[in-house]
Design a protein around this ligand. Structure first.
Ligand code: SF4
Length: 195
């Protein structure tokens, strides 16, 4: 990728979770290093405190919604994300913390916390799709590393290829680029069929 082309941004967001699904991503470090020239990791709480500004081409969301603050935060994440993918049982269905949905959460708060008056929480733990539009859900506890890699690489490869098409169409006249367009479109379809 040339220096003046912006790399697609990948952001990972954490909500109520044990971080296990983020660790699956961290476990992909060799594969991510291979992609380092093509993508920019804009946010990854398990690996770095740095957060680059959006918009983000791909957001991976771990964890469920359990607080009023997180119910607002996920809307901000959605607004800045072109593709939003939920990863793991917490994000897709509320996780083990959704056991609270069948009881009075205040009972648990009184038992667990010395100063329950400081706890601001929702009655329920819910998946991300209950709050915002989700483009794809990757299930599991934790998620499967191979499936995660396929998820990350497919949209990035498609975006890179489409980027090439747009650049070529701008540089040349549309008619001159038509055969190229069909060749690349075919490659994209093959990629999608592969996954
Ligand atoms: S889905 Fe499982 S591994 Fe992933 S964050 Fe939730 S509890 Fe942890």
């Amino acid at each position: 990728m040339s220096e003046n082309q912006q790399k697609p941004k990948l952001a990972v967001w954490k909500f109520a979770s044990c971080d296990g699904c983020q660790l699956s991503l961290l476990d992909c470090e060799d594969e991510l290093l291979a992609l380092a020239d093509e993508i920019e990791i804009a946010n990854f709480p398990e690996a770095s405190r740095e957060v680059l500004p959006g918009p983000y081409e791909l957001s991976l969301v771990e964890g469920s919604i359990t607080t009023p603050h997180d119910a607002e935060r996920i809307k901000e994440v959605r607004a800045q994300s072109k593709f939003l993918v939920t990863i793991g049982a917490c994000a897709t269905s509320g996780g083990i913390q959704a056991l609270r949905n069948f009881k009075d959460v205040n009972e648990f708060i009184d038992i667990v916390y010395a100063n329950p008056e400081y706890i601001d929480t929702l009655e329920t733990s819910t998946g991300i799709a209950d709050h915002v539009h989700v483009d794809f859900e990757l299930r599991g506890c934790p998620i499967n590393k191979k499936q995660l890699l396929e998820l990350i690489t497919l949209p990035i490869m498609c975006m890179l290829i489409l980027n090439c098409v747009v650049v070529r169409l701008i540089k040349n006249s549309y008619s001159n680029s038509l055969p190229l367009f069909y060749r690349i479109e075919n490659q994209i379809l093959q990629l999608i069929a592969y996954v």
